[in-house]
Structure formats: C-alpha cells, structure tokens
Design a protein around this ligand. Structure first.
Ligand code: NDP
Length: 282
C-alpha cells in the first residue's frame, strides 16, 4: 500500500518558512505587495482570489484587490496592468483566469512585467525556465517539485512520464523534471500506447483533466504517482485524474485529491511573491 504525500502539511510548512522570511525582509525595510486583479464574478474565481488574499495576509504581505466588472474592455485592463507595472509599491501582479471571452488572455499575460509575473505565465518566464535562467516558475509544477523533494524522492536519473502537455502544468513540469536530471517523456491525446509508456514511469505525473482516467493498469509496481486533476461530483466530493483506490495498491508514494497537489499551488504563489520582493533571488 502506498504512502500518502500530504500536500496540506507540506504547503503549511512552506507558508511557515515564507512567513519567517517576510518578517526578516520587513526588518530590512522590504515590504511585499501582491496586486490581485479579477474581472467579473465567476464563483470559482472568487474562491481562488479570496484564498490567495488570505495566504498573503498569513505570510505578512499586503494584497491590493482590483475587482472589475465583467464588461471591462481589454484596453481598460491593459491600462490598469500598465499602471501596476509602474507602481513601485507593487511587486507581484496576478490576473485571475479565466477572463471573459472578449478579452484575449495571451495579450493580458504578455502585458504583465516579467519582473512581477508571479504566476510564471509570461513568455519571458517560460523562456527563462527553458534555458535555465532565473525567473518565475508556474506554481503547480513548482509545487510538485517541492512535494517530491520534501518526500525525499530521488529524481536524478529516474524515468518520469508526464500525461498532459498544457502550458500551465504539463510543459513546465517536463522542463522542471529535466532540470532535476530525470529522463522525461511527455504524453498527450495523440500518444499511442499510453498505458505501456506510463508503465515505464518511476515517477508518473498526471494532468489530463479526465476523472479517474489512470487506473492501476497504467502504474508500475513501486512508482511515485502525482495526480494534478481536480474534479467535483454532484455531492461536491473531489477526485483526481487517477483512480486512487487502484493506484494506491501499486504505487510506493501517491498524492491524494484533495490534499495533494492542490494546496501546493497557493504556497508556491506565495513563494513567487517573496521572490518578487527580493528581486528574483531564491
Ligand atoms: P488541459 O485541458 O489544458 O490539458 C490537458 C492535457 O491532457 C492536454 O495536453 C491533452 O492533450 C491531454 N490529454 C487529454 N486527454 C488525454 C488522453 N486521453 N490521453 C493522453 N493525454 C490526454 O488541462 P490542465 O493541464 O490545465 O489541467 C489538467 C487537470 O489538472 C485538470 O483537472 C485541472 O482542473 C487540474 N489542475 C489542477 C491544479 C491544481 O492546483 N491542483 C492546477 C491546474 C490544473 P492534447 O494537448 O493533445 O489536447
């Protein structure tokens, strides 16, 4: 039976470390401030934004809220981002996604200064990750690296299979695992023999957005299994992309849903905010 990787506990540890760091930066006169921009009132986005602001308060950095009506134009949003880019009291800018359909997300992401891009979505941040230069890393994949390291998983030389190639999870995840010297295979919806490929993985990372898609038959005995997926059923019960009850019989270590990868995303956003305070130094 697999050991459970406790994302809630690890994220709490990280937030505690960041709280200490923020206090020490404050004693040197360095203050942190995250600008959180939300357009419209999508209920899920409201919950995410509230949790992000709460996390800022917990670690001791300010957050400034910009709650804009759904009719806000792209030009108006870009103007606000321009002002926040110039505002020396703001070190991080977060635009909550998704945006209303009349606004082009790429244009907005490109408008954020790479120095304040705490989500790590700007092309310059992604490019820096690709060629191994300092920059902000997308929070969910960065959180998975922390989960693995703090669970004492040796990544060096291991076969890592990533299921999914999205810009926010799969692709940056592959780059981070490569940076840790794993041998990385990226799979997607056109991949042939997915099950056979997954069975070669010492570390299997699943981000496909399909409820309980990965069954025990995809998992090598003793593999480490990381489940990024989040699905909510009619009774509000959460599950992941991995069929947990089957997977835990095969894996040596596994993340549950909820309580695995999910809590790490906000912890790593806070990590990026602290990094922004210190001018990109870790
Ligand atoms: P996307 O929908 O952007 O990407 C899904 C990826 O899975 C695509 O690359 C797609 O391939 C691939 N895929 C789809 N079906 C198959 C299949 N049958 N076989 C192999 N690959 C397949 O999703 P995200 O990466 O944004 O998110 C994935 C999941 O993670 C979702 O459940 C999401 O809610 C969750 N999530 C959780 C986060 C957290 O904090 N825990 C953060 C972000 C996401 P192709 O490219 O060919 O279409």
């Amino acid at each position: 039976m697999a050991e459970i990787i406790d994302g809630k506990k690890i994220s709490a540890e990280i937030k505690e470390e960041l709280k200490e760091k923020v206090a020490s930066l404050k004693s040197q006169g360095i203050e942190g401030c995250l600008a959180v921009v939300q357009v419209g009132d999508d209920p899920a986005s409201c919950v995410y934004v509230r949790n992000k602001k709460k996390a800022c308060e917990y670690i001791g950095i300010k957050s400034k809220s910009y709650e804009l009506p759904a009719e806000t134009t792209q030009e108006e949003l870009l103007k606000l981002i321009g002002q926040l880019n110039e505002d020396a009291s703001v070190n991080g800018i977060l635009v909550q996604l998704p945006l209303p359909s009349h606004i082009d997300e790429k244009t907005i992401i490109n408008g954020i200064s790479p120095k304040k891009d705490v989500d790590g979505f700007h092309p310059e941040s992604v490019g820096s990750l690709t060629i191994g230069q300092p920059g902000f890393v997308s929070c969910t994949p960065a959180g998975i690296i922390e989960l693995l390291k703090r669970s004492h998983v040796n990544i060096d030389g291991k076969n890592c299979v990533i299921v999914g190639r999205s810009n926010i999870v799969g692709k940056p995840m592959a780059l981070l695992m490569l940076r840790e010297n794993a041998t990385v295979t990226i799979t997607h919806s056109h991949t042939k023999n997915l099950q056979d490929i997954c069975k070669t993985a010492d570390i299997l990372i699943v981000a496909i957005g399909k409820n309980k898609f990965i069954t025990g038959d995809y998992i090598k005995e003793g593999a480490v299994v990381i489940d990024v997926g989040i699905h909510r059923d009619e009774n509000n019960k959460l599950s992941g992309d991995v069929k947990f009850d089957e997977a835990e019989k095969k894996a040596s270590l596994i993340t549950p849903v909820p309580g695995g990868v999910g809590p790490m995303t906000i912890a790593m956003l806070m990590y990026n905010c602290v990094k922004a305070m210190t001018g990109m130094k870790d």
